[in-house]
Each structure stands twice: as C-alpha cells, then as structure tokens.
Design a protein around this ligand. Structure first.
Ligand SMILES: NC(=O)c1ccc[n+]([C@@H]2O[C@H](COP(=O)([O-])OP(=O)(O)OC[C@H]3O[C@@H](n4cnc5c(N)ncnc54)[C@H](O)[C@@H]3O)[C@@H](O)[C@H]2O)c1
Length: 391
C-alpha cells in the first residue's frame, strides 16, 4: 500500500535578525514545512529578508503575516518587548506559535499568554533549544533512571563576552525592549531551564547578586542585530545602562538540592559558554555547550568517564536525537532542529501536548515560570540578597 503523504504545513517568521534564520533552517530540515513569509520591522526589510531566506512573501508588519491564510505556524524571533503582542494576535487568529525565549518581556505578560493558550486549540512552544542536544537527553534519562543517585548540587555558568566593551550594544540592554534583565533574562534563563529539564526538578528559591559591570555604553543611533560589530564613533550616543550584565545566584530545588550559577555577558574568552554539572549521591555529570559532543561522568570509586555523542553508545531514549554517527560533531543548530521536530510533531498530529508530560520543548507554562525565576532573582538582589520564593 502506498504511504499516505505527510500533510504540509506553512510557517511564517516575525523577526529575522540573528536567530530567526535558524528557525527557518531548522524547519526546512523537517521536510514538510513550507517557508511562507517573513515579517520585518518595515516593508523593505520584510521583502529583503524573505528573499534572503527563500520565503514566498515578505511583510512589513506581523499583523499582515498572521493574516496570511497559508501561515499556520507563527514563529517569533523579535526583540522581547514584541513577543506578547505578536503571540497574542497569532493565538487569537488560531495560529500555532513557536516563540523564541523568553516567552515575554515579563511574567505578567507571560501569564496572560499561558491563559490565552490554554483556552485555544493550538500548539505553543518556547525554544529553550539546549534541551535538544542528544547528550543533554542522555543525561536527563540517566538521571531519571537513577544513574547519579539523588541530585544534591547543581552548579555552573553561562558566560559570553560579546558585550564586554563599552562600544558593544544590543537592545537587550534597553529595558524597554529586553525587559528588566539582560544577562539573567537572556542567558541565565537558559541555565535555569536546562537545570530543571535535565533533572526534572523545580527551582523553588533564589538569592541573587546582580551587577552592571559597564554602567555606561555607546549606543548606535541605528539599530544593530545581535553579534553585529560596532560602526564608527559618529554613529554612537552615550547611554546609562540600567540592567545587569553579570549575576551570581544561589538556588534551591524542590528535592532539597542546592545550586549556584553565574550568568555574564562581559567575560572575555567565553563565547557561548554554558556549563551545567549535576552532582548526585552516587555520581556527577557535566555538559558544556562549547564541547557539546561529550558528557563527563564523575565517579568516586572508579575512573571518571567521558561519553562521546555516538548513537551506538548512548541509550535508546536519547539515540533518536543524534542524527549523525560517532565522531561526526553535532551542534547548536542540530539541537535547535530537534526542538522544532518535537513541536511540529504535535502540530502535524493535530494534538496538544499533555500539560503534565515534560516535552523536548518548553511549554508556555514553563516559559512563564522562567520569567518568574528571573524576576525573583532581581527582587532578591534589590533587597540586598534575601532568599526569595519563586511563585
Ligand atoms: N534560543 C536562543 O538560543 C536564542 C538566541 C538568540 C536570540 N534568542 C531570542 O530571539 C529573539 C531575537 O533575538 P536576536 O538575537 O535574533 O535579535 P536580533 O536583534 O538579531 O534580531 C531581531 C530582528 O527583529 C526585527 N524586528 C524588530 N522589530 C520588528 C517588528 N516590529 N516586526 C518584525 N521584525 C522586527 C529586527 O529588525 C531584527 O532583524 C529574542 O527574543 C532573543 O531572546 C534566542
């Protein structure tokens, strides 16, 4: 019997700066998704980006993209302050939503989106993309199966250096566009998501020490996309910075485990250095984003191990996330694609994920809680370093 053809889905993306094109690449790899449209900040940029990305149409507003009947799935990759209105409009028009993180600029907006999504019959996900790495999944399943015993201590950091100079600037440093935090909200949130996802634990309490290492910066008069180099001195204006570029946080988890992590965008030599170690009562596991094809396993009574990303060496549960044989390095974009595959799996099947069932992608509820974690850390720091419960 002939196999039934996979129903095709049409996607449109709002915002195509640094990360937007990776959404497009990832869904293209799925094989059943048509790249219908790109919306930019104006008509000209929408048309230009559509052409660059091979999309059929370019729009100058997200409303026009959402109204396109061929777009069934709306991807959101704009600066954070626009997430709420784009997502809310998309859900109201019955579109599925793939939002890049954070779900919204603050927990108030995120909570409203959770409520709206719960009432609508659409699939919604947030791309906390490190979850999609095969060795992250290996660690997750091993921890769930008791390989390290009871998790007792989680530690690590997420450090970058792309904002180390006073001439480095991003909308992330403008609270009107990025929200109340830069380092914590932008990358600390990834660390928290990964720590919770890999262990199945929840962060319940936080104590933060939050700082602005560079309190004044030179901002370009014309907007610059993420990781774009600075222009000449004449294009710059001085601005005071009111958000964090460095933070350290003590954490408590719901099983009694303790944790500590730092997030910083001003740490030379660290490009995209996310490290998470989970120490358990029997063994420890460390995953580093910059060497993401290796998982370190630490023991007390035998030699430590390094497990390579090799489908023939990793568990059945994690194997499906590795697309290449051992020795063929997989990376950031591959993990991103795994997350998209998981979200589109639900959309294609016409099913919504069970709220209680953890998925490879973050739910809106999880996105909301990550906003709450960041806000609790900021609150803690503002009060001089008090323990704060995450609601
Ligand atoms: N998952 C990840 O690892 C990851 C990585 C980077 C960024 N992000 C998230 O993705 C989002 C975008 O970040 P980025 O680094 O790509 O930023 P960016 O500045 O490089 O790109 C943002 C794009 O949005 C466009 N834009 C601005 N206003 C718009 C509007 N009204 N309509 C349509 N487009 C508009 C800008 O012109 C720009 O092209 C942010 O929310 C960020 O937190 C996630």
């Amino acid at each position: 019997m002939e196999k039934q053809a996979q129903k095709r889905l049409g996607m449109g993306i709002v915002g195509a700066g640094f990360v937007g094109p990776h959404h497009v690449d990832a869904v293209r790899r799925l094989g059943f998704v048509d790249i219908i449209a790109v919306a930019g900040s104006n008509e000209e940029s929408g048309r230009r980006k559509a052409e660059q990305l091979g999309a059929k149409r370019g729009y100058g507003s997200y409303e026009a993209l959402i109204d396109d009947p061929d777009v069934q799935v709306v991807h959101v990759a704009t600066p954070n302050h626009l997430h709420y209105s784009v997502i809310s409009t998309a859900i109201a028009k019955g579109k599925h939503v793939v939002s890049d993180k954070p779900l919204a600029a603050n927990s108030g907006e995120s909570r409203k989106l959770v409520e709206q999504a719960n009432r609508a019959n659409v699939v919604c996900g947030v791309t906390f993309n490190y979850r999609g790495n095969p060795l992250v999944q290996e660690a997750r399943h091993a921890i769930a199966n008791g390989a390290i015993g009871k998790p007792t201590f989680l530690h690590g950091y997420y450090l970058q250096d792309w904002l180390i100079k006073a001439t480095d600037y991003s909308w992330r440093l403008d609270p009107e566009k990025g929200g109340a935090s830069s380092a914590l909200g932008d990358i600390g949130s990834h660390w928290c998501d990964l720590a919770q996802h890999i262990t199945g634990l929840r962060i319940t309490h936080v104590l933060g020490d939050v700082s602005t290492v560079i309190p004044q910066r030179k901002k370009p008069r014309v907007a610059r996309e993420a990781f774009q180099a600075a222009g000449g001195a004449a294009d710059l204006e001085s601005v005071d910075i009111r958000v964090d570029d460095l933070a350290s946080v003590l954490v408590r988890f719901d099983n009694g485990a303790k944790g500590v992590f730092s997030a910083g965008q001003v740490c030379a030599g660290h490009k995209n250095d996310l490290v998470l170690e989970v120490c358990g009562s029997k063994a420890s596991m460390t995953w580093r984003q910059e060497q993401q094809n290796e998982l370190w396993i630490g023991h007390r009574d035998k030699a430590n191990e390094i497990l390579q990303k090799d489908p023939s060496l990793i568990s059945e549960e994690a194997r499906g996330y590795a697309r290449l044989p051992g020795g063929h390095q997989e990376a950031w974009a591959d993990a991103f694609c795994n997350v998209m595959r998981a979200i589109y799996g639900f959309i294609a099947a016409g099913k919504r994920p069970e709220p209680a069932q953890p998925q490879l992608f973050a739910s809106f509820e999880e996105g909301y809680r990550l906003n709450c974690i960041v806000e609790a850390i900021l609150d803690s720091a503002k009060q001089g370093g008090m323990w704060k419960e995450v609601l």
